[in-house]
Design a protein around this ligand. Structure first.
Ligand SMILES: *[C@@H]1O[C@H](CO)[C@@H](O)[C@H](O)[C@H]1NC(C)=O
Ligand SMILES: *[C@@H]1O[C@H](CO)[C@@H](O)[C@H](O)[C@H]1NC(C)=O
Length: 481
């Protein structure tokens, strides 16, 4: 009796497996057949290689899009036989308009035509389509959208530049492509798993769930299963690029494919800051300023800035105190920001810093550059920032940076260059105050060395470095073809 049940179950399983394999093979043959008749002008030359970039929001004008256009530009320059194709959901813009925008926004001009494949069902990957099980929904949606893309054009090499890891197996196994991806941000992270495990409420952990142990348990199981599937899918990529050490840590943990994963820093636009002349300090100067540039958001921790500065001034005589100024530059975008500025003003008063601290709200970019240029120290206090473009800007401007000893500033930005310092890191009131003391005690020459070194070191976030890094990663999958 038992034996016959087991046999029946095994037969059932085998039948399902065969069915799945059969369906997959049929899809694969169907796609291979399709490929022969698609966009023949792209494959006129026998040696041509079609590289498809999956970037449904390619007209958005953000940092991710800068990466996309720089990558295409670099590929076109190095490989004359490569035809670049972008899968986009921006149906309201023509290819010409999209390229025009890339040029206006990022000053990037591709050298050869780019083909656009328009996807009609971008709503499948939008969060609002999936009010429940959003992560899973969006990921399944991305596979449907990927299927639409594949049916419209089968590339030779597929590169996902928006983090839709679940499309990778589709293009690899059904599309028969070489695959790569550039990850800005992990779809799920350990931080999210922890928040559910510890039942903290947040934007992706609703109150009903965080308050209920049973729901929290099931959500945790769901998240873990999702994280596992995400890893299985992502790992199928032949090359994996990540944008920072922070992302690297998460992707290594989730995808476990260290041998094919590398950091390729995105190109940061700091030209305007690099143009500022690197002047010798005036030896007669009587005032030193510390400048902080940050939106007035709680995580930026302006409070730490005020308290550290206060601690630093404590040891100074009244006459010396008048030589130092802290300038807080930031934009006030809403009532919350305005309220935080008011709170900070109260703290300034409590600490007796009225004459030493200045707020500059909503200033122009020109004014911001001028302040940074004249400052001795550029201050950053946000804990565990994933990257910190503001810190790169301070260094590019030739100002000595004093940043938080965590996250991107610690791992990627304020790191020694050829064994010499590029800036300073601190983590609490005392260490910030000490670092301020140290920096002001350096001679102008010593400071100049650090400033020059810092400026050199931010070149690793330049477009050239990005292009080189990107090409060296994708060269192996291109040359396979
Ligand atoms: C990587 O991407 C994330 C998400 O867009 C962003 O927050 C972070 O600043 C990026 N890192 C770099 C080095 O640009
Ligand atoms: C700063 O600009 C925002 C909008 O751009 C405005 O709402 C706000 O009132 C401005 N704040 C100040 C202090 O000028």
């Amino acid at each position: 009796m038992l034996a016959s049940i087991i046999t029946a179950a095994l037969q059932g399983a085998a039948a399902i497996l065969l069915l799945v394999v059969g369906v997959l093979l049929t899809l694969r043959l169907y796609i291979r057949h399709k490929k022969k008749n698609q966009l023949p002008h792209l494959r006129q030359d026998p040696g041509s290689v079609v590289v498809g970039f999956f970037h449904p929001y390619c007209n958005a004008g953000g940092g991710g899009e800068r990466v996309l256009w720089c990558a295409i530009k670099a590929l076109q320059k190095k490989y004359p036989a490569v035809q670049c194709v972008v899968y986009t959901g921006d149906q309201d813009a023509t290819g010409e308009e999209i390229l025009q925008k890339a040029w206006q926004r990022f000053n990037i001009k591709v050298s050869r035509p780019v083909e656009f494949v328009y996807l009609t069902r971008r709503d499948w990957v939008e969060a609002k389509t999936w009010p429940y099980f959003t992560l899973l929904g969006q990921s399944m949606g991305s596979v449907f959208l990927g299927w639409e893309a594949l049916c419209k054009l089968v590339p030779d090499v597929y590169i996902d530049t928006m983090g839709y890891a679940f499309t990778i197996p589709l293009f690899k196994y059904i599309g028969g492509c070489q695959t790569g991806c550039y990850v800005h941000y992990p779809t799920i992270s350990n931080d999210m798993l922890e928040r559910v495990a510890q039942r903290t409420e947040s934007y992706n952990n609703r109150r009903v769930i965080s308050k209920n142990p049973v729901l929290s348990f099931f959500k945790l199981v769901y998240y873990h299963m999702f994280a596992f599937a995400y890893g299985v899918a992502g790992k199928r990529s032949d090359v994996i690029m990540v944008n920072s050490s922070w992302t690297l840590g998460h992707i290594l943990h989730l995808w476990r494919a260290a041998s094919k994963t590398s950091i390729v820093y995105p190109p940061c636009d700091v030209e305007e800051f690099l143009k500022l002349p690197l002047k010798e300090e005036d030896s007669q100067r009587t005032t030193h300023t510390i400048v902080s540039i940050a939106q007035f958001r709680p995580e930026k921790d302006h409070d730490l800035q005020l308290r550290s500065f206060h601690e630093f001034l404590k040891k100074k005589s009244n006459q010396e105190i008048s030589q130092y100024k802290l300038i807080l530059i930031g934009s006030c975008r809403n009532a919350g920001d305005v309220a935080r500025v008011e709170e900070l003003r109260v703290t300034v008063k409590d600490l007796g810093l009225e004459d030493s601290v200045e707020f500059l709200l909503n200033v122009s970019f020109e004014e911001l550059k001028k302040q940074l240029h004249h400052a001795t120290i550029g201050l950053h206090t946000m804990w565990n920032e994933h990257f910190g473009i503001g810190v790169v800007e301070i260094m590019a401007a030739g100002t000595i940076v004093l940043a938080h000893n965590s996250g991107g500033p610690k791992m990627d930005i304020v790191v020694d260059r050829k064994g010499t310092k590029t800036g300073f890191l601190a983590s609490d009131i005392t260490s910030y105050a000490d670092a301020m003391e140290t920096i002001f005690n350096l001679t102008p020459q010593e400071r100049m060395e650090i400033r020059m070194n810092a400026r050199e070191s931010v070149k690793k976030f330049s477009e050239e470095e990005f292009s080189q890094g990107f090409l060296s990663c994708v060269s192996c999958i291109l040359e396979e073809k």
